[in-house]
Design a protein around this ligand. Structure first.
Ligand code: DC
Length: 225
């Protein structure tokens, strides 16, 4: 089967997940949140008390981590670690930083590559992450690079955390966003960067509906869907 794949990359908080999920539902494609996979690895390391800055320790633990991606009856992606559903627990600021740290290690990226490619081989997907258009799916049907200013992303992240009952000051959220941007784009292994054939979409001035419409337009132009 020839599948269609929509790759959406960009920095933290640019709205990738919310937009990708909604677009996948409109198109009837599978939504794959690859950040959640890195978060699951980061979560496991935290639970095991492993220092995520210690590459050798993380890599040594890797073969023991049982990460599974499933789709619930709600149609949403769920992450299991050691058979336990950690979908909600991987959303804390601590796990965000751990995910950013472990995702810099080539062994971690290599370990997760096939899992991501297999999903795109067997389903039409909207996949979001940092290196989908550049490394995971270099032949994706449509590649989008989604950006927004760091301040706007911090504002959105703060609202999202508030909705989950976690109140964080703006300055702290902004600092963490900037720190993750730096980590994600300066690492040697698959750094965050726009693929040459990706379309840049800046959502700083766009609300959710406008961003969604702009994305769907871009996808339809390129897939004749
Ligand atoms: O999108 P997110 O915030 O849930 O991602 C969590 C971390 O995982 C992020 O700091 C970078 C990393 N990541 C990555 O390196 N490659 C991906 N394809 C997706 C996420």
């Amino acid at each position: 089967m020839k599948t269609v794949s929509i790759a959406i990359d960009g920095p933290s908080g640019a709205g990738k997940s919310t937009l990708a999920r909604s677009i996948a539902s409109t198109l009837g494609y599978l939504y794959v949140d690859t950040g959640a996979i890195y978060r699951s690895i980061g979560y496991d390391m935290c639970v095991q008390g492993i220092d995520v800055k210690d590459e050798a320790a993380v890599v040594a633990r890797l073969p023991e981590v049982r990460v599974e991606l499933t789709y619930g009856e709600d149609g949403l992606q769920h992450m299991l670690v050691g058979g336990e559903d950690v979908t909600e627990r991987i959303r804390t600021p601590q796990v965000s930083m751990a995910a950013s740290a472990v995702s810099a290690y080539p062994a971690v990226r290599e370990y997760l590559l096939e899992m991501q490619r297999e999903l795109a081989r067997t389903h039409n997907v909207v996949m979001d992450g940092r290196d989908i258009g550049t490394v995971v799916l270099p032949d994706a049907t449509v590649k989008i690079f989604l950006v927004a200013s760091a301040e706007e992303r911090a504002r959105r992240r703060m609202l999202e955390l508030q909705q989950r009952g976690m109140d964080e000051p703006f300055e702290k959220v902004l600092r963490e966003i900037e720190e993750r941007d730096y980590n994600d784009s300066h690492r040697a292994a698959a750094p965050l960067r726009q693929a040459e054939d990706a379309v840049l979409l800046d959502t700083t001035e766009l609300d959710f509906r406008e961003s969604e419409q702009a994305l769907l337009r871009l996808i339809r132009e390129r897939t004749a869907e």
